[in-house]
Design a protein around this ligand. Sequence first.
Ligand SMILES: Cc1cc2nc3c(=O)[nH]c(=O)nc-3n(C[C@H](O)[C@H](O)[C@H](O)COP(=O)(O)O)c2cc1C
Length: 352
Amino acid sequence: MPAVSELFQALIALDLSVGDCGAPVNAVISGGRRRVTAKMQTLMENTGVILAGPCASLTLKNPILTASGTFGYGLEFTPYGDLRKLGGIVVKGLSLKPREGNPMPRTAESACGLLNAVGLQNCGAEAFLRDILPALPTDKVPVIANIYGTTPEEFAELAGMLSEAKGLAGIEVNISCPNVREGGQLFGQDPRQAAAVTAAARARAGRLPLIVKLTPNVTDIAAIARACEDAGADIISCINTLSGTAVDLVTRRPRLAVTFGGLSGPAVKPVALRCVLQVARAVSIPVIGIGGIRNAEDVLEFILVGAHAVQVGTASFSCPDTVFRIVDELPAVAEKYGVSDWKSFRASLIAD
Ligand SMILES: Cc1cc2nc3c(=O)[nH]c(=O)nc-3n(C[C@H](O)[C@H](O)[C@H](O)COP(=O)(O)O)c2cc1C
């Protein structure tokens, strides 16, 4: 069993209060245990989704994935649930060479949210492929590698390395990290640069679906999404964190060593819903919604505005079994809101 990651330990020690573990949905809905109805049974059997892109597709047994950087490399969470239950696992962002990340302190709690400036600490793609991927149950759960580069060529090289890997189900391209000096969200803030990275990675991704992850720190997220779609993205995911900072009145210093970080957690959910709605209306490829999700109701809200699937992030720090619990709760909560299948429910928001 791998050691629980340093960040995860630190956040558990912080007793992060960005979400509550919540009561089991059976209790929430009816004040007690609830019978599994025939309708719920059908939903449980049909929770699968296919995210079909122009070059490649991602098939999930349910629409719940983990968000990069909040679930380690997956194995750290085996004490909290069965990884095979998940729709998919997106691992911590990988670069060509190992990265130490930013100096400490690099996390700060804020009202209903978390600021982080971890700076993409990771073991490097080579070590991931050699030591970690073979230990993951890739025959039972899709594992997606999240990648970070400082030039389009680096993204292409990473995509090429990963496309050869046995067991990998997809590549998520991070053009949206707000707390690294080079590359990061700069690629995701300009449609031409976003398209250049997408095209470079797509050209080397081979059989794997290419997910491009967008930043909310832009004026027109729909324009960036369209540029990525035109450049060959199979799927769009959004959002990454929002740029922010936190300061300490006593020391009169920033609470993060590198001053600026990325905000995540329940505080960002309204922004994420707005971004997913705008992106889903702008593109015809599938969209994965991310931002502040901590229960099955949140998942339904993202699907209602047009998401095909979602990723659960910061909630896993405050309650490490959150993503497993959401998978269990989803059929009953869907039934409560009269949802009988994803296709008819997706993007069915009634807005004037
Ligand atoms: C500590 C931390 C590390 C993260 N690392 C990455 C990363 O390596 N790559 C990436 O694309 N996103 C990364 N993210 C962003 C999340 O995947 C997600 O997009 C964001 O936190 C919003 O979702 P949430 O509110 O559910 O956490 C990170 C987020 C946090 C909090």
